[in-house]
Design a protein around this ligand. Structure first.
Ligand code: CUA
Length: 168
């Protein structure tokens, strides 16, 4: 009858309005998402010159071989790469250095952010993918020093361990 027809007409109009609102929200979210992608790509393009290629930090810092390079009578360069979830060199290949060794650590990450810390020393820096960080330290006492990861990086975070053996 006439009343029912009017009711259906009103209901249809309401449905159309709400479908329109829902589609508008989807459109707005899509535009915002696209804008962020475009904006961020612009940002990366402007600042990328300050970073090494994220795919080649290992080559940039010469991360080959044992990870240790002697550069003077008592000075060494150590190259460390963090990856979920290990340090290279890590526990399998402890770094062995003589007491009094002045060591410069060159640290980077192959994936996400890790925290490079050597327990019992002041060595503590963030391993950032695409960036090589440097920290120097003189080991004046013999013993075993443990490298840990102090930046939560996932399920195997606590397994990121390495060893530095200082021989007296
Ligand atoms: Cu790597 Cu936590």
């Amino acid at each position: 009858d006439a009343f029912e027809d009017r009711f259906h007409h009103v209901a249809l109009r309401h449905e159309r309005i709400w479908i329109f609102i829902a589609l508008s929200l989807i459109a707005v979210l899509f535009i915002v998402a696209v804008w962020f992608v475009v904006h961020d790509y612009g940002l990366v393009a402007k600042t990328s010159q300050f970073y090494s290629n994220p795919n080649t930090p290992a080559e940039t810092a010469n991360y080959q071989g044992s990870g240790v390079k002697q550069t003077g009578p008592n000075s060494y360069e150590v190259y460390e790469v963090g990856r979920a979830w290990s340090w290279t060199p890590g526990t399998a290949t402890p770094l062995t250095l003589p007491v009094g060794a002045h060591v410069t650590f060159n640290v980077t990450s192959g994936d996400v952010i890790h925290g490079f810390e050597v327990q019992g020393t002041s060595i503590n820096l963030t391993a950032i993918p695409g960036v090589v960080g440097h920290v120097s330290y003189t080991f004046n006492k013999p013993g075993t020093f443990y490298i840990i990861c102090n930046e939560y990086c996932g399920a195997g975070h606590q397994a990121m361990i390495g060893r530095i053996i200082i021989t007296g």
